[in-house]
Design a protein around this ligand. Structure first.
Ligand code: HEM
Length: 139
């Protein structure tokens, strides 16, 4: 029962984290036309929300995920190793986006590059791969 309850908290954290990660590139693009104080203010507000909700959900996904890994004895399973590699890439991306937010919120001359669309596609494909690995456990 405890294992399943922890899996519920794991899934809740993952749903919130992936929801934030997939929504944020669209928010970034909508900030691009804003200039000066208007953009600094908007970027600062969105960044607070991104760190307050997204980062906490990411940490929850890892803590509950690692707890399940230990309780279930999944450490040596190949699907688990592959899953962790992909989630590490998603976590690095989380950090990159946080850095972009910091620049948008502090530097009025900062120009946002063309990465939001590419990142949104990568995030969706990575999520699909993670779900396939953990639900099917193919190897
Ligand atoms: C984007 C991040 C993640 C997603 C989308 C995700 C998704 C899922 C899903 C859907 C399940 C339920 C599988 C089932 O019941 O069949 C699950 C279970 C699990 N996850 Fe994650 N997870 C993520 C991150 C992590 C991390 C970072 C770890 C470990 C460090 C982890 C370890 C586990 C373990 C051990 C289970 C239990 C497997 C089972 O009981 O069948 N997950 N995850």
């Amino acid at each position: 029962m405890t294992y399943l309850f922890i899996k519920c908290t794991h899934l809740a954290s993952v749903v919130v984290w992936m929801g934030v990660m997939i929504f944020v590139p669209a928010v970034m693009v909508s900030l691009r036309p804003l200039k000066g104080e208007a953009r600094l203010g908007a970027a600062c507000r969105v960044r607070t929300w991104y760190l307050g909700v997204g980062s906490v959900a990411m940490i929850g996904s890892w803590i509950f995920g690692m707890t399940l890994m230990m309780m279930g004895g999944w450490m040596s399973s190949s699907w688990m190793v592959a899953k962790i590699a992909i989630v590490l890439a998603l976590s690095a991306l989380h950090g990159f986006i946080s850095g972009q937010f910091r620049q948008l919120a502090t530097d009025p001359s900062f120009e946002l590059g063309g990465w939001p669309t590419v990142v949104a596609i990568f995030e969706f494909l990575a999520l699909l791969l993670v779900l396939t690995l953990v639900v099917l456990k193919p190897y």
